[in-house]
Design a protein around this ligand. Structure first.
Ligand code: G1P
Ligand code: ZN
Length: 550
């Protein structure tokens, strides 16, 4: 066994996106591709920061969503870590840790940081995607300063430091030695379960299942399965078989592990059957996203955040009230109305969970969420799929009301924010960029212009000044705000790996109860037409409509 250095060539495409570095598996499998990125990360972490903190001699957490290449990547990373001064790695058994679990382990074990191997909801398998992301000692995604420093390092990297020791056993719970480094293989569920126990009334939930409450949780053959089985069926006594597609598969069984009504269609079918269970939910590839459903009723993620905010004090972990709430800019303003009624600070951040980190760390918010099926709280620094499921179960347990009743009552009280997102996938990058450039140029001419009954009151390209550290993030999405509260937002995805994806977010507000039960796409068709008129999406892309509308 020896530590050795190997010369390497720069890859110029290793700038992390919305959530880490994501590429096709084939790209990651090129010689030195993963190695370069990890070496650059370790170099940056070893160059001590302003507070004198360096990785050298510290503990890292490591695990991933189990997708194809996860097990190989784990071995590569361990050997690089061992050669770069890491003292200890806490590795999820089998290389498995959900994204929320990584965050929980970092925080509970006071690790220096963690590496998450996941491309989240992107398809897996040899032809699918792979990804890697670094989380800092608060348990949350690295900030842009750090990710930019890693990118800069990848651009000048010339050498890898690694160990040529044999692979270690990643499946057995034990402590092993790799060069000077200890590798402790840990139970992937234990720390996470401990956090959930602190937040929720497990006795209440056990009682619900004893009295016959039924649910179907679709883990989509992804990493959420073992967590959902252990907690819902194991700890809480939900009927065996309540969690389906519960074994993580390297290719997610060919499913697209994105919990929305399009990709989790099987769940939608079950939840609209005559014998549907009381409650349904799905999680994504790395178990940080969630979709929740009642019988024949899908909850919009933006509404989910609003309802959680309205009812949070029913949950033991939040019984003393919330410090504030935050939502990403494209997420509907439903939560803003609740925050206003409760007198809570409400923050609007750019897309991506990393922007919530400072607010959570500074104690300015307790709950946060995104329209993209992500909700979470200050318990960790990632969104959390199973946490959201337990939250909604608890709301039903505490109120005795069904999901549909809870949501419809909410609309009566606060009004309804009709909401949809249209994705135009696989657009040529230059076409997408030209569309955004032209749209930005047209923005100044739009205020005051009427479209049907409504007029544009303000347009901008969203910019955010972080209230905690003052950092500024520009060009975060083009917004058209209307005088009746409606919004049309355009932005390009930062997580795709093929061409460009245009996301079009549409929202309108309805406070009249007799008009709160209309089909969403129908209600928002007028706004979709406005978007088409100002951006010419169809003409430019040659597509006759979005590839996905959720
Ligand atoms: C998407 C979602 C965003 C989420 C991110 C990571 O990013 O829109 O809300 O934080 O995935 O899960 P996008 O592809 O839009 O950049
Ligand atoms: Zn995810």
């Amino acid at each position: 066994m020896a530590i050795h250095t190997t010369p390497t060539q720069v890859f110029t495409d290793q700038r992390p996106g919305t959530s880490g570095l994501r590429k096709k598996v084939g790209v990651f499998m090129q010689p030195h591709y993963l190695e370069n990125f990890v070496q650059a990360l370790l170099d940056v972490l070893n160059a001590s920061d302003a507070s004198g903190q360096a990785l050298h001699g510290q503990t890292l957490v490591l695990g991933g969503d189990g997708r194809f290449y996860n097990r190989t990547a784990v071995q590569i990373i361990l050997k690089l870590a061992a050669a770069n001064g890491v003292a200890r790695v806490l590795l999820g058994q089998g290389g498995i840790l959900s994204t929320p679990a990584v965050s929980a382990v970092i925080r509970r074990r006071q690790a220096f940081g963690g590496i998450v191997l996941s491309a989240s909801h992107n398809p897996g398998g040899p032809d699918g995607d792979f990804g890697i992301k670094y989380n800092a000692s608060n348990g949350g995604p690295a900030n842009e300063t750090l990710t930019e420093a890693v990118f800069a390092r990848t651009m000048v990297l010339s050498e890898l430091r690694s160990s040529n020791a044999p692979d270690i056993d990643i499946d057995r719970l034990c402590v092993q030695q790799l060069e000077q480094m200890q590798v402790e293989v840990i139970d992937p569920v234990a720390d996470y379960l401990a956090v959930m126990r602190e937040l929720f009334d497990f006795d209440l939930l056990r009682g619900m299942f004893k009295r016959g409450f039924t649910l179907r949780v679709d883990a989509m053959n992804a990493v959420g399965g073992p967590y959902a089985k252990a907690i819902l069926e194991g700890e809480l006594g939900a009927p065996k078989g309540s969690v389906v597609n519960a074994v993580p598969l390297e290719d997610f069984g060919g499913l697209h592990p994105d919990p929305n009504p399009v990709n989790a269609e099987d769940l939608i079918v079950h939840m609209s059957a005559p014998d549907a269970p009381d409650f349904g939910a799905a999680m994504d590839g790395d178990a940080d996203r969630n979709m929740v459903l009642g019988r024949n009723f899908v909850v919009t993620p933006s509404d989910s955040l609003a309802l959680m905010t309205a009812h949070a004090t029913l949950i033991p972990g939040y019984k003393d009230g919330l410090l504030g709430v935050a939502r990403s800019m494209p997420t509907s303003a439903a939560v803003d109305r609740v925050a206003k009624a409760l007198g809570l600070p409400c923050f609007e951040t750019p897309t991506g969970w990393k922007f919530f980190g400072n607010l959570l760390d500074a104690g300015r918010v307790t709950l946060c969420g995104e329209e993209s099926y992500g909700t979470g709280s200050s318990h960790i620094r990632e969104k959390d799929g199973l946490w959201a499921i337990l939250f909604w179960l608890s709301l039903q347990g505490a109120t005795g009301e069904s999901v549909q009743d809870l949501v419809e009552t909410h609309w009566r009280v606060y009004g309804r924010n009709y909401y949809t997102r249209h994705d135009y996938e696989g657009i040529a990058v230059d076409v997408a960029n030209a569309l955004m450039t032209d749209l930005r140029a047209a923005l100044p001419s739009l205020p005051g212009r009427a479209f049907g009954q409504r007029a544009v009151s303000l347009t901008d390209d969203f910019a955010y000044t972080d209230p905690v550290d003052g950092s500024i993030s520009k060009n975060q999405g083009v917004r058209l705000l209307f005088d009746d509260g409606a919004r049309v937002i355009f932005r390009l995805s930062g997580t795709g790996t093929e061409g460009a994806t245009l996301r079009l977010y549409l929202e309108s507000y309805e406070d009249d109860p007799v008009r709160q039960d209309q089909p969403v796409q129908q209600k928002l068709a007028e706004l979709a037409a406005v978007a088409e008129q100002v951006a010419g999406i169809r003409k430019r892309t040659g597509m006759d409509g979005p590839s996905v509308a959720t």
